[in-house]
Ligand binder design. Sequence first.
Ligand code: C5P
Length: 215
Amino acid sequence: KRTAALIPAAGSGTRLGLGPKAFVEVRGKSLLARSVAALAPYVNEVIVALPEGLELPPGLPARAVVGGDTRQESVRRLLEATDADTVLVHDAARPFLPEHVLLALLEAVPETGAATVALPVADTLVRQSAAGDWGELTPREGLWAVQTPQGFDRAALLDAHRQAARDGFAATDDAGLLARLGVRVRLVPGDARLFKVTTPGDLALAQALARTLDE
Ligand code: C5P
């Protein structure tokens, strides 16, 4: 059985303001290079979706496809670029992937053909009122914040993507596309270090973390 790691990295990084986010460096190594390095030893191939006109930095054990206008479109193109049995989809914007999390995910995927890393919510959750104030409290009991990587049977995920495109259904992740079709998605406990680098504050956090994790 072959496994491919698919890395959507075609975002523009608007909220960070430093150009295409995957190419932003943390202590001399790009977010993309860090994500590729974390996955490559565990899979048969790594494929990256890049913004049009950009190329893979030299030396990465990966090949590239051109991404789409949305993350969902980028992942669909990645799925069409491999015939692996199993795929791991992982955001380039989550550069710190602990090995024990990846191993737990790989173990969970065969259970139902769909699994995602996620973190139990630790904060109090509130929906804002019409005026933008404190509105309705949402009990956090049983709520998880979904991260990546997510692992799937490739054929099932590709089918879910095609159905979503047909229905005009948009999701910010891939597990949601299978869940809406009734597939059981296993939840694998993630890690705070898997946070997504989105804002300048996240980048500062990434720099501090890299200082303690590198070497
Ligand atoms: O924008 P956001 O941080 O949610 O993006 C999550 C991941 O999806 C990032 O790694 C980003 O590069 C990728 N992406 C993509 N194609 C797009 C938009 C985002 O591959 N059109």
